[in-house]
Design a protein around this ligand. Structure first.
Ligand SMILES: [Zn+2]
Length: 318
């Protein structure tokens, strides 16, 4: 395998958590965010051919993985409601996956936050019939030119047909297919407008990108994210979940309350270690040299963000 092939696999891992487990992505994940051109471009290119898998969870809720963030699907006689829509270039595979669940029409799409790997499906899903629901700042970011420094990428504004039209400030409730759909904004965490979606009858909670199951998370300081906000969101998720709650993370395999607790402990422990070192006056490179993430790298460092990159993200917020 040459380096280009290794890189291709590494990039593909970002959009396919299932592939992550089998494709040997531990080869080069650390380089993903440091590349020029932006990883956003290579991730979108890889999504064109990504496999999209369907997993039935509970009640009439399925999850699709393979195109950007995890996509939750509530289906039934009222039609389909999606939480996140993946990357638009995966349209054919996402559509085939949706049709494999049922022929019910697509009625609603909830954007959990504004990031491209959750919203670049907005346009085709709206054309297919979806009314798009989002927190008002999510719409604002999508409607403007927005730069994410740590992705080295500037996003153009969405066209009007891809923008959310049903907006809320703190929460929004729908009744759909006999299920309640409770959408609720977090305080600033991964961005400034992450929103969870809870299905109380099925007891399933989609937690947006406040939780990456088994991976260090990205934190988007460019649009209001912070390490302390991520820790606070993890606490909110733990308090909301019962032992039986199925957790749909933004990225990674389906989880449960125990996974949330472990993720929170990882975030809080690394935060405190980095804070002590920074307070001693150490530079970012000196802190990285002390390897404050070492105890967690085997478990969380095998995806897009390795221990060094995560240390930078934490240091930046303290
Ligand atoms: Zn995100």
């Amino acid at each position: 395998m040459n380096n280009q092939e290794k890189n291709d696999i590494s990039r593909r891992s970002f959009i396919s958590s299932a592939g992550l487990l089998v494709a040997g992505v531990y080869l080069m994940p650390k380089t993903v965010f440091a590349q020029t051109p932006s990883p956003v471009v290579t991730i979108i290119n890889a999504a064109k051919t990504a496999t999209v898998n369907v997993t039935k969870l509970r009640g009439n809720i399925n999850v699709l993985d393979g195109s950007g963030g995890n996509i939750a699907v509530l289906q039934g006689p009222d039609g389909k409601l999606l939480v996140d829509g993946g990357i638009g270039v995966s349209k054919q595979n996402v559509l085939a996956a949706l049709n494999s669940i049922s022929n019910d029409p697509i009625k609603y799409l909830v954007n959990s936050h504004w990031h491209f790997d959750h919203t670049f499906g907005n346009q085709w899903l709206h054309e297919a019939g979806a009314t798009i629901i989002a927190q008002e700042k999510t719409r604002k970011h999508l409607a403007e030119k927005t730069r994410v420094v740590d992705w080295n990428y500037t996003f153009d504004p969405f066209t009007a047909d891809a923008l959310p039209t049903v907006l809320f400030k703190t929460e929004h409730t729908l009744h759909f297919n006999g299920e309640k759909v409770l959408i609720k904004k977090y305080p600033n965490s991964h961005t400034d407008s992450d929103s969870s979606v809870f299905f109380p009858n099925a007891n399933i909670l989609h937690v947006a990108d406040t939780f990456w199951n088994g991976y260090y998370p990205f934190i988007d300081y460019s649009t209001g994210g912070s390490i302390d906000g991520m820790i606070a969101a993890a606490e909110i998720n733990i308090n909301k979940a019962t032992k039986e709650t199925i957790i749909i993370p933004g990225h990674g395999p389906i989880g449960n309350k125990q996974h949330l607790i472990e993720f929170h402990a990882m975030l809080a422990t690394i935060r405190d270690k980095v804070a002590v070192l920074k307070k001693q006056g150490k530079s970012i490179n000196e802190v990285i040299a002390e390897k404050p993430t070492a105890a967690y790298d085997a478990k969380y460092g095998g995806f897009v963000i390795d221990g060094t990159f995560f240390t930078r993200l934490v240091y930046k917020g303290l």
